[in-house]
Design a protein around this ligand. Structure first.
Ligand SMILES: Cc1cc2nc3c(=O)[nH]c(=O)nc-3n(C[C@H](O)[C@H](O)[C@H](O)COP(=O)(O)OP(=O)(O)OC[C@H]3O[C@@H](n4cnc5c(N)ncnc54)[C@H](O)[C@@H]3O)c2cc1C
Length: 458
């Protein structure tokens, strides 16, 4: 997703900047990807599983000036020659190389997960690629599961696990979630928000086991370390991933958790950059679309000759799942400041702001996201709030009147699009094609539709 965004943005700057030194038929940018499908929006994989989107709807537009080579795995980087070597041993030269290799799912230590031939047990599914999604979909649809025994266990109660659990449940599969931590979404939210989410999921028909680790898979089912054995047809692994760094490591680049990059998203070789899930900047790896696209945008500007530098990603995480709404700004469990919190487990809503010196430095919203626009706006701008304002922002089920976003308020965190740019568009489709807003996590869709309508009325 980061690479396509970069190609797109380099294209738009290239159309303004001179590219005279290139031959007319030279695409300038080559995208090498090992998956067989054209680049797609990974966020919507659970929507494909759920059945609300077709796989085609996920395809991201590859810009004209880009040569796209699918099913092409890069196996080596030859830094001296400035060439990459492909699986078929052919080579592709580069002036600049950008690594956007993403992340790979980690296998939790469960006995019986991997068979003696090294392949995953036939009940076990990863959920990272379109191919994974189609395989899981086939397992649900083709009757490979006995009628009447359609059940699944999702291992990992993070954002991805909850998306998959909701999708399976909507498809009619009785789903259980196993999370080793004490509560759901433990990397993003606190115990109270996690408990509200668990209650929401239970209400939606999904059983949640927290503080329990899956330890063994065999004919009896999936056994947990608390002694329970869950009889299941499917085990879906969503217990985290790690940056895909093998290629960079073999090439001798500086790699720690991710591929280490500086303020120009440059690795330890100044001809090679890294962006997205595989990159590590200032000790941090990311794992979400907004920072991946923010890095792509900054690198496009840097490569086009602008004097810009990257000072770390704003963390914005949205859960995209039917009837389960979560938004997390910054790191609410780590940020220092005063905590203003409203929790209503009965209605399934939890809202928390961390405020330092009157400024919102982190936020968690579970359930009702009607205030997300306003809160994000204050968070982005570092607005200094009065003593009553944080509480007012959290109280009440809905904002008292229509919230008018100023033109410079960011509406789409994935593509970095402001309310003003959206108002300037002639239609919803125009917004999508000219700004790319709504094409990432989709969390801004309702706000964009409202702004477009508002624009049409003025
Ligand atoms: C199911 C799912 C749901 C998600 N939901 C959300 C969400 O709601 N919100 C959010 O912000 N984020 C979400 N994410 C995370 C988001 O998708 C990633 O942060 C984003 O895709 C990162 O972009 P990227 O370009 O770094 O990596 P990717 O999009 O993963 O692309 C990396 C590509 O590089 C290819 N590749 C790797 N090595 C090689 C090689 N040697 N040669 C050739 N090709 C190679 C990989 O096959 C892959 O196609 C989700 C992820 C998944 C899997």
């Amino acid at each position: 997703m980061a690479a396509v965004r970069l190609a797109e943005l380099l294209g738009s700057s290239a159309s303004q900047a001179p590219m005279a030194s290139r031959e007319a038929d030279d695409p300038g940018i080559t995208l090498l990807g090992d998956e067989p499908h054209p680049p797609y929006n990974r966020i919507l994989l659970s929507a494909v599983l759920e059945g609300t989107h077709s796989p085609d709807a996920l395809t991201m537009r590859t810009p004209d000036h880009t040569e796209l080579r699918l099913g092409t795995r890069v196996v080596e980087i030859h830094r001296e020659e400035r060439e990459v070597e492909l699986a078929d041993r052919s080579r592709v030269p580069y002036d600049r190389l950008v690594l956007a290799t993403g992340s790979i799912p980690t296998l939790p230590p469960i006995r019986g997960l991997v068979r003696v031939d090294g392949r995953l047990h036939e009940k076990v599914h990863a959920f990272r690629t379109l191919a994974d999604c189609q395989r899981l979909d086939a397992a649900i649809s083709t009757g490979s599961i006995n009628e009447g025994a359609r059940n699944a266990v999702v291992v990992g109660g993070g954002l991805l696990g909850l998306q998959v659990a909701r999708a399976l449940s909507i498809r009619g599969v009785a789903t259980e979630v196993v999370e080793g931590g004490e509560h759901l979404l433990r990397s993003q939210v606190g115990a109270r928000a996690g408990a509200v989410l668990a209650r929401d999921l239970e209400r939606l028909g999904t059983t949640v086991y927290t503080g329990a680790r899956a330890v063994r898979l065999d004919d009896r089912g999936l056994t947990l370390d608390n002694g329970y054995t869950l009889d299941t047809d499917l085990v879906v692994l969503t217990a985290g991933g790690r940056p895909s760094t093998a290629l960079a490591r073999r090439a001798g680049l500086d790699v720690r958790r991710g591929i280490v990059v500086d303020q120009h998203l440059r690795t330890s070789d100044d001809r090679i950059h890294a962006i997205g899930d595989c990159a590590q900047h200032g000790g941090q790896v990311t794992g979400f679309v907004p920072p991946a696209w923010e890095q792509a945008a900054l690198l496009a500007r840097h490569l086009s000759g602008e004097d810009v530098s990257y000072d770390g990603a704003r963390t914005v995480a949205r859960l995209r799942a039917t009837d389960l709404d979560v938004a997390v700004l910054g790191e609410p469990e780590k940020a220092e400041g005063q905590v203003v919190e409203v929790s209503n487990p009965v209605t399934g809503s939890h809202r928390k702001l961390v405020v330092r010196g009157g400024v919102i430095v982190a936020a968690t919203l579970v359930g009702d996201l009607s205030r997300i626009g306003l809160i994000t706006q204050h968070y982005d701008r570092g607005t200094v709030l009065g003593p009553r304002e944080p509480g007012d922002l959290l109280m009440g089920e809905r904002p008292a009147g229509p919230v008018v976003l100023p033109d410079d308020a960011e509406v789409c965190a994935c593509a970095g699009v402001s309310a003003g740019r959206i108002r300037a568009c002639s239609s919803y489709e125009d917004v999508r094609t000219s700004t790319r807003a709504t094409t990432g996590c989709g969390g801004c869709t309702a706000a964009v539709r409202e702004l477009v309508t508002e624009g049409a009325l003025t």
